[in-house]
Every structure is written in C-alpha cells, then in structure tokens.
Design a protein around this ligand. Structure first.
Ligand SMILES: *Cc1c(COP(=O)(O)O)cnc(C)c1O
Length: 379
C-alpha cells in the first residue's frame, strides 16, 4: 500500500455493527461482560478502546512499525520512552532539542537518576565520542527545532547498534509523510500528533511507534499503568486529520520553499534556516532521508534586535502569533521567549538561537497571501 492510501485505509475497517465508514467514537469508560472475565477483548477504557485501536493500527502502518501506542500528549509519550531507562543510566540527545523535551529530561527525569547529555549531532561522530558505559538511549530530533539542523539518522543508528544502544527519533517536524526513521534503523519513533498528524490545531496527543513487536509490551504497560491516555473523541479527530496528511504536508512544503527563497533576499534578514537550500550543511542528508524539506522555516534579523522582531511578529495578519506548528494555518513565533523559554540564554545562543530568531510554521493557505503578509510585516 502506498502512503496516500495508507493514511486513509491502513488499520481501519468499517464498523462491524453498522457498516459506518468512519470509525465510531466509542465514548464509553467500560464494557459489559457476559460472565466474569468473558468479554469481547474490551474491559475498561484506559486499557482498550476501539477508536484508539484503529488510530494505533493506522499510525503503526504510517511509520512502518510493528505497533503504535498513543498517549495524551507528545510529552507523555516521551515520558513512556524515558521510562525504559533505570536510575544511573543515560540518554544522549540532540543539543537543540524541543524545549519541553529538554525540560522533561533535566527537571523531571534527572530527579530520578536518569542522566542526560546534549551533543551536536549534526556530526554523528560526536555521538560516538559521547557514549559512556551508562548510555542506554540516543534521542534524535531531526529536523531540529527551531534551527532546522539535520541529523543523519542512519549514521547515528549504526553507531548505536555497535554498542547495543536504543535509538528513539522524534519525528514530529518531518511527519511520516516525509521521513520514516524505522526504515533508517531507529528502534522507536515519537510523534507529537498535536502537530502535522492532527493538522488542524484542535487536538493534543502523542504516539510511540516501535520497530519490534517485543517492545510494544513496555508501552502498553505504561499506557495502562500510568494512564496518560487520549480520549476517544480525540482519537477520532486524529484519524480524520491523518486522512489528508499527504495533501497538507505537500502543499505546506511547497509554500515553505517559496517563503524561504523570498526571505533570503530580504535586506532586513540575517540568516534563513531551511534544509532545502543546497548551502544548508544538512542538505545532502535531508535529500537522502526525507522526501521533502518540511514546512518549518526560521530566520533572524540583522542587528539581532528583539524589539524589531517583536514588531514583525505582532504585525502579521495570516501568520498567527502562537506556539505549536503543523496545522493548516500558518503560525509565527519567537522561540527564545515561547517554545524555548525554559532553556537558559547562554545555552540558546550556543546553538544560534538568537534573540531575534523568528520561527514560521508554514500552512496551506495561498502562498501569495502569505508572502504579502510577510512583506507588509517586514516593511
Ligand atoms: C510539540 C512537540 C513535542 C511535545 O508534544 P505535545 O503534544 O505538545 O506534548 C515534542 N517534540 C516536538 C518536536 C514538538 O514539536
């Protein structure tokens, strides 16, 4: 099955009761039993729900994994992944990680003895150099947020495999339409489904997709034992959003390429971060491991003046000033004070996340309107 067919059909069957084409919202907390322990495979809705099952089967197919397990947010999915580690063990992560992922590692898991090491993974050899006896997991985010750096997933996985270390790839920015980390050697894929998968800025949800069936047990256990589960209505909305994933991401990528080209020529703009440029240091890797360059673009300003950046961010009309990304509508944001506010300034500057850095999540509107909006705001 090809991707555009998978998003619509994989793992989804018409409802056996009515023939409904759309998976019904099984809005129930429990299921009747014929006799104690005799049931149809559903006992209690934290543990199993048919709407959630359809979504999980669909997500597993989109990422070419053995199973998918959904959680109530991307960060609760991440929490389930980090729970594979024991106190004293270490996770090596990309150094310009999503702010919330960084905060969870250093402010939550560190208290329980999980160690973190953040390295520049744009050179995979830096990962090899950072590995210690305690390293049990490598956490990759690519393209990175908000600098749009590219990590060579295959090269990192090769280094990890030599030492029997698990690799988890946060594939939120690319979406499964553009990149499938399991095909490149990753053991686990994480999604904040809140972003491209849902695509309509109306659901918060996370998912873990595993390469091997044997790894599913841990995540099903955490899903049930910790209980950060998505509700059936959210699972329905997610299934609906996914049906147009390929169309949305394709259009958003086309729009982003045009916007990046326009920004690059603008006299007020200092640097544009976009992996589609041949001059981008990760361009060749992106060409190899992605099927498009994504719809995220970030740029900073000559003079690096926050007030000028603020003026631009409050002057756009179609680009809404908001956190998040991956929806049909275009968003504009200021990573230093918004998504990455929890990262100390010195750490931010080290990775090029300057005070005037502006991040765009390019949506699927008509690109002429988006360009006109930016032209006015930058003018
Ligand atoms: C948003 C995001 C997360 C967190 O997901 P939530 O659904 O907001 O909990 C994790 N990683 C990346 C790359 C994200 O963009």
């Amino acid at each position: 099955m090809k991707f555009g067919t998978k998003v619509i059909h994989a793992g989804i069957k018409p409802d056996p009761v009515s023939g409904a084409v759309m998976t019904p919202i099984y809005q129930t907390s429990t299921y009747v039993q014929e006799a104690p322990g005799v049931h149809k495979g559903y006992e209690y809705a934290r543990t199993q729900n048919p709407t959630r099952d359809a979504l999980q089967n669909n997500l597993a197919a989109l990422e070419n994994g053995a199973a998918a397990i959904c959680f109530s947010s991307g960060l609760s999915a991440m929490d389930a992944v980090i729970r594979l580690l024991n106190p004293g063990e270490e996770v090596i992560s990309t150094n310009d990680l999503y702010g919330g992922s960084y905060r969870q590692l250093v402010k939550v898991h560190a208290r329980y003895g999980i160690k973190s090491n953040f390295v520049d993974m744009t050179d995979a050899e830096n990962v090899r150099a950072a590995i210690s006896e305690d390293t049990k997991m490598i956490w990759v985010e690519t393209p990175t947020n908000p600098m749009l750096n590219i990590v060579d997933i295959e090269a990192v996985c090769k280094i990890a495999k030599e030492k029997n270390i698990l690799v988890c790839v946060d594939n939120t920015f690319a979406s499964p339409y553009l990149q499938n980390p399991i095909d490149l050697g990753a053991d686990i894929v994480l999604h904040s489904c809140t972003k491209y998968l849902g695509g309509h800025s109306d659901v918060v949800m996370g998912a873990v997709i595993v390469k091997e069936e044997s790894m599913a047990d841990h995540f099903l256990f955490i899903q049930n034992a910790v209980g950060a589960v998505p509700g059936p209505q959210d699972c329905f909305l997610m299934l609906r959003g996914i049906k147009t994933l390929h169309l949305r991401v394709q259009r958003a990528c086309e729009n982003a390429a045009k916007i990046a080209d326009w920004l690059k020529e603008h006299p007020k703009v200092n640097r544009v971060n976009y992996p589609g440029y041949a001059s981008h240091p990760g361009h060749e890797i992106a060409k190899r491991q992605m099927r498009g360059f994504g719809a995220m673009v970030s740029f900073d300003l000559k003079g690096d003046d926050y007030d000028v950046a603020k003026g631009i961010m409050t002057a756009t009309h179609y680009f809404l000033l908001a956190e998040s990304l991956g929806g049909v509508e275009s968003l504009i944001g200021h990573p230093a004070s918004m998504t990455h506010g929890s990262i100390p300034r010195e750490e931010r500057l080290k990775v090029g996340l300057t005070d005037s850095l502006i991040r765009l999540s390019v949506g699927v509107e008509d690109v002429e309107d988006l360009l006109g909006d930016l032209k006015k705001a930058l003018g």
